[in-house]
Design a protein around this ligand. Structure first.
Ligand code: SF4
Ligand code: SF4
Length: 377
C-alpha cells in the first residue's frame, strides 16, 4: 500500500489508516466492542498493508485503547504505527497529563506511541495546554522515545489552526477534510495552512461520518455512471488521498465490508485525474442542490416580525440534511429558543425579499415537523 515520505516523519505510514472509534459493538445501546468481529477486521487490514491504527482515550467509552492494544499485540511492535490522543478536557493539573499518558500505555500494552496527538483542539481547548505548559511535557516524552511524532487533531476555524500550529514544533496535524467540506467548512484553507508550515496532514472524516457513502440516489448515480465497479465511498477516500500533503487518510470502519471496500480502493491507489475531479464536483453539486435549502445567508428576508432567525434555521437544517446527525440537529434547534421554526406564523412577509425564491413558510413547517418527528422517536 502507498506510503508517502515526509522530511519530519521517520516512519512509513500507509495511506489508509484504521480509525477505531466506530468498531462493531456487542450491544446497540452500549459501547462494548465485539472483539471477535473487530479483531477479524484489524487482522484483515494488517494482512493487506494497513499499518496505521488510530485510537483515543474516550473512544467507545474508554474501551477502544484496550481493544486495539489486544488486537495488535500479536504483531511485531515495529510493524505497525499506533496513534493515541491526549484528552485536554480531562486535564486539571500537570499531574493529570502523566497519569493519562501512563494509563494509555498500559491500556494499549505498548511502551511508546508512534503518533501522539493533543485531541480535538481549537483556540479555547488549547488554553489548558498553554496554561499548564503541556507541550514541553509531551516534548520530554518524545525525548525519552515514548512519543515518536507529536501532533494535534483540530476542530475549529482556520485562524485558530494558524495560531496553534505556530505555538510548537509539531510533526503532523489531523484535520477534517472531505469533498463536501473542502469549500463549505474551510477544509481547503486548513489543508493549505498545514502545507505552508511544512506539516503533513492526517485526514479524519473523509466520508463525513458515512454520509458521503450514502448520497442521494441521483448524486450516487453520477458516480455509478462514471465507474459502475467503484463504491460511492471510494470516491471520497480517493479525493482526500489525492492531496500530496496527506500522510494518511483515516477511516472509522465498522464492518468487514467497509474494510474490504476501502482496501480495494487504496491497495492500488491512483490519485483522481482531472476528469474524475470534475465527476466528484458534479456529484457534490447534485447532492447539495437536491438535499439543501438553497439559502445563501444574504439576510434580505430579515427581520422576521415573529422573531424567526430564518438563515440561522436553514443553516442548522442543512447541516442535518448533510450529516443526518439527529442529536446535533435537535440540540441546535433547541438552542435557537424563540428564534426557531416553531415561531413562524406563515405570514409570508419574508418571501418577497428572498432572491432565491425559497418558499420560506413551507420550509419552516417542514423543519418544525422534522424536529418534532425526531423528538417523538
Ligand atoms: S413567514 Fe414565517 S419566517 Fe417568514 S416572516 Fe412570516 S413568520 Fe417570519
Ligand atoms: S433572503 Fe432567502 S437566501 Fe437570503 S437569507 Fe433569507 S431565506 Fe436565505
Amino acid at each position: 500500500m502507498l506510503s508517502r515520505n515526509f522530511e519530519n516523519i521517520q516512519a512509513s505510514p500507509s495511506i489508509l489508516g484504521f480509525g477505531t472509534m466506530r468498531m462493531p459493538k456487542l450491544y446497540s445501546d452500549k459501547e462494548d466492542i465485539d472483539y471477535e468481529k473487530a479483531e477479524a477486521m484489524i487482522d484483515y487490514a494488517y494482512a493487506h498493508g494497513v499499518n496505521y491504527y488510530d485510537t483515543a482515550y474516550p473512544y467507545h467509552d474508554q474501551k477502544s485503547e484496550a481493544f486495539i492494544g489486544h488486537a495488535l499485540k500479536k504483531y511485531p511492535r515495529e510493524s505497525f504505527y499506533l496513534a493515541d490522543k491526549l484528552p485536554g478536557w480531562f486535564i486539571n493539573e500537570k499531574a493529570d497529563v502523566d497519569k493519562i499518558f501512563e494509563t494509555q500505555l498500559e491500556r494499549c500494552q505498548v511502551e511508546y506511541f508512534d503518533f501522539y496527538l493533543c485531541h480535538a483542539l481549537n483556540r479555547e481547548k488549547f488554553k489548558v495546554y498553554e496554561d499548564l505548559q503541556v507541550c514541553p511535557m509531551l516534548g520530554a516524552r518524545k525525548e525519552k522515545g515514548q512519543i515518536r511524532h507529536l501532533g494535534f487533531s483540530f476542530h475549529g476555524v482556520p485562524e485558530d489552526l494558524e495560531y496553534i500550529i505556530n505555538q510548537y514544533s509539531w510533526d503532523f496535524v489531523q484535520i477534517q477534510l472531505n469533498y463536501l467540506d473542502w469549500e463549505r467548512q474551510d477544509a481547503k484553507r486548513q489543508y493549505e495552512i498545514c502545507k505552508e508550515h511544512g506539516v503533513p496532514c492526517v485526514i479524519m472524516e473523509p466520508v463525513r461520518g458515512g454520509s458521503l457513502a450514502n448520497l442521494s440516489p441521483d448524486a450516487a448515480q453520477v458516480f455509478k455512471d462514471a465507474d459502475p465497479e467503484a463504491s460511492v465511498a471510494s470516491w471520497a477516500l480517493r479525493f482526500a488521498a489525492s492531496l500530496p500533503n496527506v500522510m494518511t487518510v483515516l477511516s472509522g470502519m465498522s464492518t468487514m465490508e467497509q474494510v474490504e471496500d476501502n482496501i480495494k480502493t487504496m491497495a492500488d491507489f491512483k490519485p483522481l485525474t482531472e476528469e474524475e475531479q470534475a465527476i466528484v464536483e458534479k456529484a457534490k453539486n447534485v447532492f447539495l442542490e437536491n438535499t439543501l435549502v438553497p439559502c445563501t445567508g444574504c439576510r434580505y428576508c430579515m427581520d422576521c416580525p415573529a422573531g424567526v432567525d430564518i438563515p440561522g434555521m436553514f443553516r442548522v437544517y442543512n447541516e442535518y440534511r448533510i450529516g443526518k446527525f439527529a442529536p446535533g440537529f435537535m440540540q441546535d434547534y433547541e438552542n435557537m429558543k424563540d428564534h426557531s421554526a416553531d415561531f413562524c406564523v406563515a405570514c409570508g412577509a419574508c418571501m418577497t425579499h428572498c432572491p432565491q425564491s425559497i418558499q420560506i413558510p413551507d420550509k419552516m413547517e417542514e423543519i418544525r415537523k422534522c424536529y418534532s418527528r425526531l423528538k417523538n422517536k
